[in-house]
Structures are given as structure tokens and as C-alpha cells.
Write a protein of this length. Structure first.
Lengths: 236, 353, 221
């Protein structure tokens, strides 16, 4: 029952939004944005950016985390973690806008900025997950004649999986939020509706955009949570 | 077809009931350490022997043992199993044929008990049916019901049960050599005793060559065929059978390690049948009896606990065959002392104080 | 394309140092006020629900929902009702701070060993006395960690609040965006971003300091 709270809440909120919108008489500016075609297009952009970001983060941050736990050089580890921690303290909007100024506006910039911004949770969770594998477990695996790759793939990564997945889930939530800001650099997404609604003083547009983004964030977080439960190895 | 080292490993592997292990002038110096952890260590373990390394914490027992399966690489010296230099073999291949049990157990939490035991057979490419049969057989061997435990996860087992699985897992591919580093060290005294007893019984039928590390001298006496008493830098102070070490400690270091009560400790090693039993009539019939399978130590315990002056000794069929008293027990020790240096024992208890 | 001109940046900082410090001060002020409100609400709610399973999980789940909602969306939803400026900013920052603070309060209060609670009761303390006199001091290091996490979170979020006219260094970032193409764009955005990073690091260091000096000596690791 508890598991279905989020989808029920999301459906209810969307239902209330729909009823509220249909009770309004929209002016011509509102009609231009509050129609199915426009909303679907913005949602598609938003989801596309989020999913592309998460996929890239997974592909880049997990191997980086593995490589960092393997390096013997303290200096390398400290440097990367230091940079990552400063990255954590950097506001998403700062990253996106700086990159737009230094490079260009648009989708690719937004994607790069989002990847940078969502990188840390996956990186640090990969490292934490691998580091917390019990030394006795690692030594047994080695003592039983597993090659270093076998130890990594069959023992360490499965045991670290829940922690890594939790990092990915955090990073997905981060990137839904950061994708909203992509509107500032002309990369589309539902942020467009929020910003248009604010600048044009059309609150129905603003509210619709904000509610949709919130619902997407909650739904993706929920899906990631379910996936986390399903993919977690039993016994851990 | 095969690389020469493959066949060398196969030859070691085929010898499932115990291989000879030779350590020759082995030294290990950890990086950035002023002194060696192990210095010039030489020892031969004969096939089927259960050898105990005993010594205080930090004396180098673990380091010495872990060089045999190359978890730790020796700085110099050579190690041979059945005449083959392990340093010339592929370490991963080698380890698949050396059973390995550590104090932390190190069961894989994400695998079921059956999957844990199947790891090495899988690495060796056994067929599914052979692996399944082997897993069941091993679980029976360590007294865990396969139908009940196969599909459980490690966290669903008690500490003692986990350690049994650890032993079963190490035995999976029927290795000729087993390395055990304080395997029962983390269990409570009662569990430890039953694990030790089962382990002894198991070894009787398997006859592996086993290096067993412990800091508990009583455990060493109870289990070992031979005991190596080690001091700093893994120096061998004495390497002999438990009876000989108890009867004649080589030096003060060994005596102090034996501690108080060397005589009592020796009783563990002597079966009740060694005593000259008294007539059945000496003992009153009571609930507490001594079995001929017990040691003199068990008999003494029973006497002290019951408070009776004499106890009945019964055979396997529970038929009385005689009686035993404290005097008869000490007579066995008394008869034993003169022929192996009575003086040694006196100085032993003296040094222990 | 815009190249970084280091001398230009230094000159920019010199000319506007007063304004930059003012913005930094406002940034810290809004974060500090939000944190204080969030601590009062969060610790209070945590004390009410820590040993009641149903309200406890309901409170933590709702706080989790608040944290999941993207900041621009949350700020935007607040604008029709509360207008622009400090008010929506404060409300959003308080909402974001609640999860770490409530969760850590609950975890901290529950982490007190039953033996300690029992002996406190045995000495004749009433439940409120135990909570305030024993549990809260013992839970303090964990609660403080929650506040520290909340601080990092809100310092970054306050940057976006500049879009709804919230106070602080975020304004420099958006001014940079607004002057995209001009030669000052990079200086403005860089000043805002670096300023916020520095604030975050300073605040974090302050929390390490506070933790050292407000944790009972007996509890320090
Ligand atoms: N990886 C290591 N690096 C440096 N010194 C070590 C390492 N492992 C063990 N030592 C040192 O080597 C000595 C022997 O250790 P060990 O073999 O673990 O002893 P034991 O098993 O008898 O307790 C100790 O002094 C210990 O501190
Ligand atoms: Mg050791």
C-alpha cells in the first residue's frame, strides 16, 4: 500500500490541475501554451534531457568511481574528491549559466552542465559502496582464486549495488531539477512554461509547468526507488 | 595444450588427501618496516598433517600462513607444495586448490549458502549437477541440513553456522591443502568447542594437510598433530607434538606460553583407557558416567562436578567396564613424567608464575 | 565565445567590492533565517513524532517529497500567493531544510541506548525531562549534521531564488545571463558562482567548529 502512495498522489494532483484548468477561461496567450501539443513537446524535452543526463552519468561516474578506488595514488584520489566536493557546493544555475557564457547556449551545453552537476552523487556512492565491502569478504574472494576482475564483477559490484543505485536515484532527482533551469539557456523543457508564466504574469501557465515538473520528479524518484528494491541483491 | 604450470597445478590438485608443504628460508619484510615480520622461516608439513601455528598476537603467524597461497608475497625464500615451487605458479589457479578459512569468515552476503559453496567449483568449470551434488554433500558433512540451509543467505545464519559454511566452502573443490587463520576465534566458547570437535572428526576422514593459526594454546593442544610455538618475527621456539611440548617445553618462552596447569592440559590428550581402571563396585551407580571415548580431562571434570569419589566408566554400549578416581588419573601422569624429563615440567610450572 | 580575462575580473571585484559583500551578506542572512526557522520546526516535529511509527514515517515521507520538487518549480508555485522577494525564498528554503533536520532529529533521538533512557527514568525524570535533558544533548551531534546538510542545500538553492527576486549572490549569476554577449557577462556570473562556493565552504567550516564546541566532551569521537 505504502508503495503506491506516490503514484496515487501524482494522479490526484494532475487530476485537480486538469479540473482547475478546464474551469478557467484562457486568454490567447495562455491558449498558446496550455494545449496538449505544446505541453507534450516540453515534457518530452524535459524527460529527454533528464534521461540522457542520467545515462551519461551512469556510464561515466561508475567507471570513474571504480578507477578511483583502484588507484594507489592518494594524490589522485584527494584531488578528484576535492574537485567533486567543490562541485557539490557549486549551484546548478551557476554551472549552467557559466557554461552558456563560456561556450554557447542550447541543448548540448545544458546536457554537459547537467552531467557535471549530477556526477558527484554517483561517483561518491560508487566509491563508498566499494570501500565498504568487508575486507574479509574481499580477501576470501581473492583467497579462493578469483582474478581481480572476477572479484570486482562478482563480489564487489553486486555488494555495492544498493549504494550505487541510491546514488543514481539522487542524481536523477538532481537532473530533473537542473533540467528545469535549462530554459535559461534556451534548452527547452518544462522550465519554459514556468519562466513564460512568470514573465507574462500568466499564473495558470506557471502553475501547470511547476506542477508537471514536480510530478515528473516524484514519479522518476518513485520508479528509481522501485528499481532499487528490485535490483538490490537479496541477502543484503 | 597445457602450459607447464597448468599441469603442475593439476598434479597438486589431484592429490586430494594431503600434499607436502615445504617452507624454506622464507622471509617477509613489509614495505617501510624496519624489521621483518617473518624471518628465515623453515618448516615441512607432511601430507595429511594438521599443523598448528601458535604464538602471541603480532608474532607473524598470519603473515607466514598467507605466503603459502600468495595472498602475501614472500620477500625471499621458497615455498613448495608437493615439490612444486608455488612462486612459479599462477596465483589465482593455485588458490583454487588451497582451501582458505579466515576469522572474519568472509561469506559473500549477496549469495545464498549454496552459491557461496559453489564459487570455487564454478571457477573450475564443474558441471551444474556435479556442483549441486557436492554442495549437498558438504552441507551434510558440516552438519547443516541442505534442504533447510541451501537457499538461505549468510545473514540468516548464526555465527557458528556461518563458520561451518566457511569450512564447507573451503573444502568445496577437495583441495589437498587447507589454510585456516583463527577460524573459530570469533565464536563463543561453547560453539567453539563443538566446532573444534566436529573439525577433528572431519579431518580424521579427510586427511588434508592443514596449517591452522591460533593464539589459543589449548586449541592448539586439542587439534594439532604438531604445534609450532612461534615468537617475534615468526621464530620457531619449538615444533613438536602437543604431548612432547607439554611434557618438555624447549625453553622459558614456551613454558610461559603454556602457562599454568600443564599437567591438566596434558590430560586432554590422554584417553580414559590409558588409566588403570578400578573395579566396577568402587563406583556407586548414578546419572553421571564416563565413556571410554572420553579423555582423562573429561573424566576429571565429571569427578569434580559430581563430587563422587569414584565414577563408572562405560563402553560404547553403555555397559560398565570399570571405575575411575582422581588417584587413578594422577597415577597416569605420574607414570608419564619420569620418562620425559620430570624437571622440565617442574620448571614449566615455576616459570608460569 | 567569451574568454576569461583575469585582470578584468580583479578590476571588476575592486570596483564592486561593496555591492558584492552586501549580496554575500544577504545570501547568508536569508540562509541563516531559513535555517533557524527550519531548526525550530524540524527539531520540534522530530521530538513529537520520534517514537510514534505512523506519524514519523508520514512526516519523513512528506519532507522527502518537498525535497524532491525542483527548486524553480517550488519557487514558482509560491509566487502567485506570496509575490516576489524574501517571502517565497524563505518558505522554499525552509521546506528544503526540513528533511535533513527532521530525519536526523528522529535518528538521533532513537539512537540513544535504551539503558541510558531507563536509568534516566529510574532516577525519577519524567518523559519530557528525559527528552530534553538526556536525549536531545546526546542526539545533538546528529541533529547538527542534519543542519549542516541543510545549510549546503539552501546556499545553493538560494542562488535560483534570485530569479524570483530573492536576495543574494544569485542575482549576479542572473545578471550575467541577462548581459550574455557583453564583456561583463562572465565576470558577473563567475562572481556569483564563486562567491556562493566560497560561502558554502566557509559555512561548512563554521559547522565543523560549532560541532566541536557544542558537543559534550563525553560524546566526541
Ligand atoms: N600489511 C602490513 N603492513 C605492514 N606491517 C604489517 C602488515 N601486516 C602485518 N604487519 C606486521 O607484521 C607483524 C606480524 O603480523 P601478523 O602476521 O598479522 O601477526 P599474527 O597473525 O601473529 O597476529 C606485526 O607486527 C604486524 O604489525
Ligand atoms: Mg593473525
Amino acid at each position: 500500500m505504502k508503495r503506491f502512495t506516490t503514484p496515487i498522489v501524482v494522479v490526484l494532483v494532475l487530476g485537480v490541475l486538469l479540473i482547475w484548468l478546464s474551469s478557467l477561461t484562457l486568454d490567447s496567450i495562455e491558449q498558446r501554451t496550455l494545449n496538449v501539443g505544446y505541453i507534450v513537446e516540453r515534457t518530452r524535452e524535459h524527460l529527454g534531457l533528464t534521461i540522457a543526463t542520467s545515462a551519461l552519468v551512469a556510464v561515466l561516474a561508475i567507471p570513474t568511481g571504480i578507477a578511483l578506488t583502484r588507484t594507489r595514488s592518494r594524490l589522485v584520489r584527494a584531488t578528484v574528491l576535492g574537485i567533486a566536493n567543490i562541485g557539490q557546493a557549486t549551484p546548478a544555475v551557476g554551472v549552467i549559466i557559466l557554461l552558456a557564457i563560456l561556450w554557447q547556449t542550447g541543448y548540448s551545453t545544458a546536457l554537459v552542465a547537467l552531467v557535471i552537476y549530477s556526477f558527484l552523487p554517483v561517483l561518491s556512492n560508487t566509491m563508498t559502496g566499494l570501500q565498504q565491502v568487508d575486507e574479509g569478504v574481499r580477501e576470501s574472494a581473492k583467497g579462493m582464486g578469483m582474478t581481480p576482475n572476477q572479484v570486482l564483477l562478482r563480489i564487489e559490484l553486486p555488494i555495492a549495488a544498493p549504494v550505487i543505485l541510491a546514488g543514481l536515484r539522487t542524481s536523477i532527482v538532481f537532473s530533473v531539477g537542473a533540467a528545469t533551469i535549462a530554459t535559461f539557456i534556451n534548452a527547452g523543457g518544462l522550465g519554459d512554461m514556468i519562466v513564460n508564466g512568470l514573465t507574462l504574469q500568466r499564473f495558470p501557465v506557471l502553475i501547470t509547468g511547476a506542477v508537471l515538473v514536480a510530478c515528473i520528479a516524484l514519479s522518476l524518484d518513485w520508479i528509481a526507488g522501485v528499481a532499487e528494491d528490485l535490483l538490490r541483491p537479496r541477502g543484503i | 595444450m597445457h602450459k607447464p604450470e597448468d599441469t603442475a597445478i593439476l598434479q597438486i590438485a589431484r592429490n586430494t588427501s594431503g600434499a607436502q608443504i615445504v617452507l624454506d628460508q622464507v622471509t617477509k619484510t613489509y614495505p617501510h618496516q624496519p624489521t621483518s615480520a617473518v624471518e628465515n622461516f623453515s618448516m615441512t608439513a607432511e601430507p595429511g598433517e594438521l599443523i598448528m601455528f601458535v604464538g602471541p598476537s603480532g608474532c607473524g603467524k598470519t603473515t607466514t600462513m598467507k605466503m603459502i597461497n600468495r595472498i602475501i608475497e614472500p620477500t625471499s625464500g621458497s615455498i613448495r607444495i608437493d615439490g612444486r615451487d608455488v612462486l612459479s605458479l599462477d596465483p589465482n589457479e593455485l588458490r583454487r586448490h588451497i582451501g582458505y578459512v579466515i576469522q572474519q569468515i568472509g561469506l559473500f552476503p549477496h549469495m545464498t549458502i549454496a552459491e557461496n559453496i559453489a564459487v570455487v567449483p564454478k571457477l573450475l568449470g564443474w558441471t551444474k549437477s556435479r556442483i549441486n551434488a557436492r554442495v549437498d554433500e558438504l552441507l551434510e558433512t558440516v552438519k547443516l541440513d541442505p534442504t533447510k540451509f541451501s537457499h538461505r543467505y549468510p545473514k540468516q545464519l548464526s555465527g557458528g553456522q556461518q563458520q561451518r559454511v566457511g569450512v564447507a566452502r573451503a573444502l568445496a573443490a577437495d583441495p589437498p591443502v587447507m589454510l585456516m587463520d583463527e577460524p573459530f576465534g570469533a565464536t563463543d566458547p561453547i560453539t567453539r568447542e563443538s566446532l573444534q570437535a566436529e573439525f577433528l572428526r572431519l579431518q580424521e576422514s579427510l586427511g588434508k594437510t592443514i596449517i591452522f593459526v591460533t593464539h589459543d594454546f589449548d586449541e592448539a593442544v586439542r587439534l594439532g598433530d604438531r604445534i609450532a610455538v612461534l615468537s617475534e618475527r615468526s621464530q620457531i621456539e619449538q615444533f613438536d607434538t602437543p604431548a612432547n611440548i607439554l611434557a618438555a617445553p624447549a625453553n622459558d618462552y614456551v613454558s610461559s606460553f603454556i602457562g599454568h596447569g600443564a599437567a591438566i592440559k596434558r590430560l586432554v590428550l590422554i584417553p580414559v583407557t590409558e588409566a588403570k581402571l578400578g573395579p566396577i563396585g568402587d563406583a556407586e551407580a548414578g546419572p553421571i558416567t564416563v565413556s571410554i571415548a572420553d579423555s582423562l580431562r573429561d573424566a576429571l571434570d565429571a569427578l569434580v562436578l559430581s563430587g563422587a569419589p569414584a565414577l563408572m566408566v562405560v563402553n560404547a554400549a553403555k555397559k560398565p567396564i570399570g571405575s575411575i578416581t582422581v588417584e587413578r588419573i594422577s597415577a597416569v601422569l605420574g607414570a608419564d613424567i619420569p620418562d620425559v624429563q620430570g624437571a622440565g615440567l617442574v620448571s614449566a610450572s615455576g616459570a608460569g608464575r | 565565445m567569451n574568454q576569461l580575462d583575469f585582470d578584468g575580473l580583479l578590476t571588476f571585484w575592486q570596483q564592486r567590492s561593496g555591492d558584492i559583500l552586501d549580496m554575500a551578506f544577504q545570501h547568508i542572512a536569508v540562509v541563516a533565517v531559513a535555517l533557524m526557522i527550519a531548526v525550530v520546526i524540524g527539531v520540534g516535529v522530530g521530538m513529537l513524532v520520534w517514537d510514534r511509527p505512523v506519524p514519523r514515517s508520514a512526516v519523513i515521507a512528506s519532507a522527502g517529497v518537498a525535497l524532491t520538487i525542483p527548486s524553480l518549480a517550488l519557487l514558482a508555485i509560491l509566487v502567485p500567493a506570496f509575490g516576489l522577494g524574501w517571502v517565497p525564498t524563505l518558505i522554499a528554503l525552509v521546506l528544503y531544510s526540513l528533511l535533513p533536520i527532521v530525519r536526523n532529529t528522529v535518528v538521533g533521538l532513537r539512537a540513544v541506548p535504551p539503558a541510558v533512557m531507563e536509568s534516566a527514568k529510574g532516577m525519577g525524570m519524567n518523559p519530557l525531562g528525559v527528552l530534553v535533558g538526556v536525549q536531545l544533548p546526546m542526539a545533538w551531534p546528529i541533529i547538527l549534521t542534519g543542519v549542516r546538510v541543510a545549510a549546503q542545500l539552501t546556499i545553493g538553492t538560494a542562488a535560483i531564488a534570485a530569479y524570483v527576486a530573492g536576495p543574494g549572490l544569485g542575482q549576479y549569476i542572473f545578471k550575467g545571463l541577462a548581459s550574455l554577449g557583453s564583456k561583463n557577462a562572465l565576470n558577473l556570473a563567475l562572481t556569483g558562482t564563486i562567491g556562493i562556493v566560497i560561502l558554502a565552504l566557509i559555512v561548512d567550516a563554521i559547522f565543523v567548529f560549532i560541532a566541536r564546541y557544542t558537543t559534550s566532551r563525553g560524546l566526541r569521537a
